[in-house]
Design a protein. Structure first.
Length: 426
């Protein structure tokens, strides 16, 4: 019955009056009280009532006056006044359900009552009494129906306002809860995680200076661990700042963006780290990524880091990962696909564990990737592809002008020539 409720909405006045006019035409054609065909005068007054209802559907008071006048003429000229009587009563309903003052509604009801009582002028007291009682049908019921509909509208509006207020309160409580949770996470990161990472970085630094006769390869590993730990500490400090005061760091590009010129090198570093873990990475990077805006550049970098970590942890060291980053028609197309599970997971650091689409250790890797993509207006697709797994997206790009030289693609293998063939973007 929802359609019936919508029929009595103030925005559907024209629909209601059109249906009323059609019903009136049907009455004239099939159901006249006299049993005879409608007279010319009856048709003229009926058509006048129909036209006034449609033309004045946005002006109920004017429609009420016209309908009452037509009813008065019909009372004087016609035997069957049903059409004009219903038209005037319905005009009273429209006034009652509209946002009009009680005085306006009372005057409209009084006008209709006076016009109806003109039929009893010169009649006996019994006929006059019967006419007064008949006002309950012609005036009382329209008033009652209009007031009921108006009350229902008011109740519905109040319910919507209460629901909106409850929703705002719920959102406020949710924001407060998230703020408390962020504060708790920030304390844990600062007091526990950052402390341990700082301790490990310090010990590695001490080892680099104490152990002087190291194999160069071991020294290389120490340097890499020390650099990675230092970078991780910086990221943790930034993350703690974001968690404690998101609004205070919203404009800090260092927390949310990367310089366009640094993006190819940053992606190359992520590829090198995956290769150091034993993963074979084939990369096809469009030189145009060096001109991406900073925010989308950071998104591409984080997606690449997460996806390659996924491959390392779930596809194993014998897997081959294909990375494609291309800019076509103002859209950044990014994809990482692997050949499937290999000989065992590689021991590489991760930033959270929903990897290769498989939940591990309660992490939220794919969820975080999807949220990052959706914020920028894209849509992340992740799922099986052949024997492996594929993650891809298309980000609307904002390309900034740059007079820098094009950035060369990262070679497929370390030490391979830069102009070696690269796979076509999927």
């Amino acid at each position: 019955m929802r359609w019936l409720g919508r029929l009595f909405n103030t925005r559907d006045t024209l629909v209601r009056l059109t249906l009323l006019d059609l019903a009136g035409v049907g009455y004239l054609v099939f159901c006249t009280q006299t049993g005879r065909a409608p007279t010319v005068a009856q048709w003229i007054l009926a058509v006048g009532a129909f036209a006034a209802a449609l033309l004045l559907h946005r002006r109920p008071v004017a429609n009420m006056v016209v309908q009452a006048a037509l009813l008065a003429v019909a009372i004087a000229l016609l035997d069957d006044i049903m059409i004009n009587q219903v038209g005037a009563s319905w005009a009273l309903i429209e006034i009652t359900i509209g946002a009009y003052r009680a005085r306006t509604i009372g005057l409209a009801a009084g006008l209709l009552a006076v016009v109806d009582l003109t039929t009893t002028i010169g009649d006996s007291a019994d006929r006059v009494a019967a006419g007064v009682v008949g006002l309950a049908l012609e005036v009382g019921i329209p008033l009652l129906l209009g007031l009921v509909i108006r009350a229902n509208w008011n109740l519905a509006r109040q319910a919507q306002e209460r629901a909106a207020a409850e929703q705002r309160q719920h959102e406020s409580e949710s924001r407060a809860a998230r703020a408390d949770e962020r504060s708790a996470i920030a304390r844990e990161l600062h007091d526990v995680v950052a402390h341990h990472v700082a301790s490990m970085v310090l010990r590695v630094g001490v080892a680099r200076h104490v152990l002087t006769d190291l194999d160069p390869r071991v020294g290389e590993v120490f340097d890499d661990v020390h650099g990675t730990g230092t970078a991780a500490l910086a990221e943790l400090r930034r993350l703690v700042a974001v968690l404690r005061d998101p609004d205070g760091v919203r404009g800090d590009a260092a927390l949310t963006a990367i310089e366009p010129s640094a993006l190819p090198a940053a992606i190359g570093s992520a590829i090198d780290r995956a290769r150091q873990a034993g993963i074979t990475v084939e990369a096809d990077l469009d030189p145009a990524i060096g001109s991406l805006d900073a925010v989308r550049g950071m998104a591409v970098l984080r997606l690449t880091q997460e996806a390659l970590t996924n491959v390392a942890k779930h596809a194993g060291t014998s897997a081959v990962a294909h990375l494609v980053v291309a800019v076509r028609d103002g859209v950044v197309h990014w994809e990482v696909a692997d050949t499937g599970r290999g000989g065992g997971p590689a021991d590489v650091p991760t930033d959270g564990g929903l990897l290769a689409g498989v939940p591990t250790d309660g992490g939220h890797g794919i969820t975080g990737m999807r949220e990052r993509v959706e914020v920028l207006g894209g849509r992340l697709e992740a799922g099986p592809s052949g024997t492996g797994w594929r993650v891809r997206t298309a980000l609307p790009a904002v390309v900034v002008a740059s007079d820098r030289a094009p950035v060369r693609s990262v070679p497929r293998e370390r030490g391979a020539p830069a102009d070696s063939p690269a796979p076509e973007p999927a």
